[in-house]
Write a protein that binds this ligand. Structure first.
Ligand code: PEP
Length: 267
């Protein structure tokens, strides 16, 4: 049985207002007391400070959806690690598929962001995932492990305790299509095997790998049953407090039968 503590993140993307973000954060903070996983919310940049204030005193961590790797200077529109730390951020996403495929971030830029976050003592969640085209071409493992190797280039073993990985097949993000528990477990196992090659078996065994892609209360328990699945990165369902909280409970309840009943309404 794994000793890894599951971690569940709510990526709010470009959603919420100051008012609805605070209400959402308040509900998550109130409802997640006592859950046996780490919980993070990732509000949009303008609401980080306000949402951080709402989370104060709770166990919910404040995450940022992105960062820029330079410390300061003429980088219009960008946000540095120091700025994120200044408003209480402890975790940051790097390489989310929407940044890679909508905004055009390269593996090299993602790697710079990972290293900047770690150098600034933040925890970083490095997102990995193949497109449908890549999957259909049989390239899933190549693509995902390539992103892993690029993303972690230059990251020392000592920093790996602050790295979380998120396997998020692009074709499953925001589409309502979820990877099967077998698909997810197969990819997570391959990622863990690659970590053993890149670092060593101890790092591989200790690193948490979240699954992301249309996770809902109706599928979370079955996905969490995979021995290499260590929680979730949740988009759409993280905007609905009851759904997000149900998912946080399921991340630590790996018996698919255990949590099915309360979720029937979401199935
Ligand atoms: C995500 O934003 O990382 C994500 C997985 O989104 P969704 O849950 O909406 O598919």
């Amino acid at each position: 049985m794994s000793t890894r503590t599951p971690i569940v993140g709510g990526n709010w993307k470009m959603n919420t207002t100051a008012e609805t973000g605070v209400a959402l954060a308040r509900a998550v903070a109130a409802g997640s007391g006592g859950v046996a996983c780490e919980v993070v919310v990732y509000p949009p940049f303008p609401y980080l400070a306000t949402v951080g204030g709402t989370l104060a005193g709770s166990d919910v961590q404040l995450g940022a959806q992105d960062l820029y790797h330079e410390p300061n200077g003429a980088f219009t529109g960008e946000v540095s690690v120091e700025m994120l730390r200044d408003v209480g951020v402890t975790v940051v996403l790097a390489g989310h598929s929407e940044r890679r495929h909508v905004i055009g971030e390269t593996d090299d830029l993602v790697n710079r962001k990972v290293r900047a976050a770690l150098a600034g003592d933040l925890m970083v969640t490095l997102c990995l995932g193949e497109t449908l085209e890549q999957r259909e071409a049989g390239r899933t493992t190549d693509v995902v492990l390539g992103q892993l190797r690029h993303g972690l280039a230059g990251v020392a073993e000592a920093a790996m305790g602050r790295v979380v990985l998120a396997y998020e097949p692009v074709w499953a993000i925001g589409t309502g299509v979820t990877a099967t528990p077998d698909d997810a477990e197969t990819a997570h196992r391959a990622i863990r095997g690659a970590l053993a090659d890149l670092y060593n078996p101890q790092v591989a065994a200790a690193t948490r790998i979240q699954y992301g892609g249309s996770v809902k209360p109706g599928n979370a328990a079955a996905l969490a049953a995979g021995p290499n699945v260590d929680g979730f990165l949740v988009g759409g369902a993280s905007l609905v407090p009851d759904d997000f909280l149900a998912i946080t409970r399921m991340a630590t309840a790996p018996d698919p039968a255990a949590d099915r009943q309360p979720e029937a309404r979401n199935a």
